[in-house]
Design a protein around this ligand. Structure first.
Ligand SMILES: C[S@@+](CC[C@H](N)C(=O)[O-])C[C@H]1O[C@@H](n2cnc3c(N)ncnc32)[C@H](O)[C@@H]1O
Length: 252
């Protein structure tokens, strides 16, 4: 994984060339303040789900009212639906750069807008271009403009999770899996996990916001399977300020 070498480089260069500007409230003070906080390599970054609380700074009601123009605009990409909060879009941008995934698997395509967003971002952020595969049972809803050379849509019923196993075996790692379909989430996880490797990521959107018994038990299963919460993502903007609280998970 790439780490935050940019901040270290800034500190070293500023210290070498513009030391007088690093004083408190000096012109470059803000850069130093940020570099102290944004440390992707800190020792407590990865945590067990069971050892974290469920306090979330993001309440479901924060989502824009579906009937307002502002809400509709906020949740589109290139004119297609892309139902992600601005926080989560910023987090995915960062993770795609940091992880350099060779494969992105999205469960729940809706109109194809989010798959297109992932493919576009892979193409600008990844040095070695991989593939984006998006799965849904309503394939007729995929819009004709949701097209990208890296992006493939698949029709599948996640209740039976009849993935093409040959495809899963051939896809290169690291993987970024995003479950945004909300169907049988833990059995789908168990199935995909058997194809996953150390360093791969699994993000479960929306359902963990309920933090009910099913979610807590399911995350215990995920913890037993060797996944840890990447708190760099869950807490980047505030404690669990994401639609995937405690569910930005990295396989150890
Ligand atoms: C919340 S939407 C996905 C949103 C999209 N990822 C985005 O960010 O804009 C959930 C999707 O899951 C799909 N879905 C629901 N049940 C499913 C099932 N059993 N198998 C496959 N897809 C399913 C729905 O058709 C819907 O498109």
């Amino acid at each position: 994984m790439k780490i935050d070498s940019g901040y270290k480089a800034f500190w070293e260069t500023a210290n070498k060339n513009y030391r007088d500007q690093l004083r408190p409230w000096g012109p470059l003070d803000v850069g130093i303040a940020i570099s102290n906080v944004v440390n992707a390599d800190h020792s407590e970054r990865f945590a067990k789900p069971s050892e974290r609380g469920w306090m979330s700074s993001l309440h479901p009601k924060i989502f824009p009212n579906r009937s307002t123009t502002v809400g509709a605009l906020a949740l589109t990409y290139k004119g297609l639906m892309n139902i992600k909060t601005p926080f989560d879009l910023a987090l995915y941008t960062r993770l795609i750069w940091e992880l350099q995934p060779r494969t992105i698997l999205e469960l729940g395509s809706l109109q194809g807008g989010s798959g297109l967003w992932f493919a576009d971002h892979m193409s600008v952020l990844c040095e070695d271009l991989g593939e984006v595969h998006s799965f849904d049972w309503n394939s007729k809803c995929i819009h004709e403009t949701a097209r990208h050379p890296l992006l493939t849509f698949h029709q599948i019923d996640l209740n039976v999770a009849n993935f093409d196993e040959e495809l899963l075996m051939r896809l290169r790692h690291p993987w970024l899996v995003i479950d945004d379909a909300h169907v049988q989430i833990f059995s789908v996880f168990s199935h995909l996990n058997s194809f996953m490797e150390s360093g791969d990521y699994y993000v479960i959107e929306d359902n963990p916001m309920n933090a009910n018994k099913e979610i807590i038990d399911g995350l215990e299963l995920i913890e037993k399977a060797g996944f840890l919460v990447d708190t760099y993502y869950t807490d980047a903007f505030g404690s669990n300020l994401t639609c995937a609280p405690n569910a930005w998970l990295r396989k150890s």
